[in-house]
Design a protein around this ligand. Structure first.
Ligand SMILES: *Cc1c(COP(=O)(O)O)cnc(C)c1O
Length: 394
């Protein structure tokens, strides 16, 4: 049996699909010590550079002094602490301009939050449920739909007209539309205004996964809903707290009764140990930074360097394709696995750490370098990346 596994691993290597983990020996930042070498990194989702912010580090230490390290149990047994409750209140208030009767629920990870929301909505009327899932949705949404055992229809990328047709044709009395707001491997933004209109007219829920929008989009960092100036009771919002917020975990925000239903029903909420309260405590500081002056100036700089990269990379006459993204996710589609691995390796030799993304994360033949920017990158560092990309021999 082990021989068989070894042969399969070897086949993955031959196909350019074998994955290795590099070891970061310093905090998540733009300069990282990786496997003993200093690298300039363009591959984290730490969009605001908060993952090693001393103010949040201090808040985490304070949280550990106040609450210890572990929560000791799940939320419904004895693991729900004052820090979790405070964070949920703050998150609900943070999103209150965009969601009516908002209540928030903190999760250990976004993956678990997605499992929770989809399975609980399906559970409202199980035999009748149908999920309408956008084709480029994150793996955690795909897994959530599988776990819910609901019927599922996949609709084409950003195609709200087609979605409307599919909703109209469906006999389901429990229609659930789910979409990423910012597509994690392409960087473009879903047409949420149109999607909400369609969901209102066709009487469907709309679940929005704002993993890459929360903290980044909107003048005050409220994410995709602020970006589009949306306020709706139809929306169930999922934001993650390990990306722009720099810590860990995720939250759902929706109408208070729906959140209560999720607390009663979601197995990925009920049957897991609550996240360390110190993380929740640290996130209070993170929210202060995101929503205040610090966040505003970080978002401004992030947008400036993203625009700089877009305009400069457009001048390179190379046969890669820059996708039409306005967000800090700037993928360069290179094509085959072999080519993208060669590109990533050539960058690595220049001390630049950019990740190669291959199938099944993205469709076969569209392997890409996924460049991501952080507000902590300087203009000079972006210029180093541009120089490095110019020099790669592919
Ligand atoms: C990262 C991500 C998740 C999962 O969030 P975690 O907190 O990392 O588990 C969910 N959806 C999208 C679109 C993501 O990019």
């Amino acid at each position: 049996m082990i021989e068989d596994i070894r042969a399969r691993l070897e086949a993955l290597k031959q196909a350019g699909l074998y994955r290795v983990r590099k070891e970061a020996q310093s905090p998540c930042a733009t300069q990282v010590l990786v496997d003993g070498r200093q690298m300039l990194a363009f591959n984290s989702n730490d969009y605001l550079g908060l993952a090693s912010d001393p103010r949040i580090v201090e808040a985490l230490q304070e949280g550990a002094s106040l609450y210890g390290v572990g929560s000791g149990a799940s939320h419904l047994i004895s693991g729900h602490s004052k820090a979790h409750a405070q964070l949920e209140d703050r998150l609900a208030e943070f999103m209150s301009a965009h969601i009516e009767s908002a209540r928030a629920l903190y999760f250990c990870t976004g993956y678990m939050a997605n499992l929770a929301v989809i399975t609980s909505l399906v559970e409202l009327n199980k035999g009748e449920a149908e999920v309408f899932s956008e084709t480029l949705n994150h793996a955690s949404i795909i897994d959530a739909v599988r776990l819910s055992k609901s019927a599922c229809t996949v609709y084409p990328h950003c195609d709200h007209a087609k979605l409307r047709e599919l909703l109209r044709a469906s006999a389901s009395s429990n229609k659930i539309v789910v979409t990423d707001s910012v597509f994690s491997m392409d960087g473009d933004i879903a047409p949420l205004v149109e999607l909400i209109r369609v969901c209102e007219e066709e009487c469907a829920w709309l679940v929005i996964d704002d993993a890459h929008g929360f903290g980044v989009l909107g003048a005050r960092g409220r994410g995709a809903l602020e970006h589009f100036n949306i306020r709706s009771s139809r929306v169930i919002y999922m934001g993650t707290l390990g990306k722009a917020a720099g810590v860990a975990g995720a939250f759902l925000c929706a109408d208070e009764y729906l959140i209560d239903w999720i607390v009663q029903k979601a197995r990925s909420y009920i049957y897991t140990t609550a996240a360390p309260p110190a993380c929740a405590h640290a996130l209070l500081t993170s929210l202060d930074l995101i929503g205040g002056e610090v966040g505003a100036s970080k978002r401004k700089h992030l947008s400036e360097i993203t625009q700089l990269f877009k305009s400069e990379i457009g001048r390179h006459s190379r046969d890669w394709k820059l996708l039409p993204s306005q967000t800090p996710i700037q993928p360069l589609v290179i094509g085959t696995n072999a080519r993208v691995l060669a590109a990533s390796k050539a960058l690595e030799e220049q001390g630049l750490w950019v990740s190669a993304i291959r199938a099944p994360t993205v469709p076969e033949g569209s392997a890409r370098l996924r460049v991501t920017f952080s507000a902590a990158h300087t203009i000079n560092q972006v210029e180093q990346l541009l120089g490095g990309l110019k020099a790669i021999p592919i």
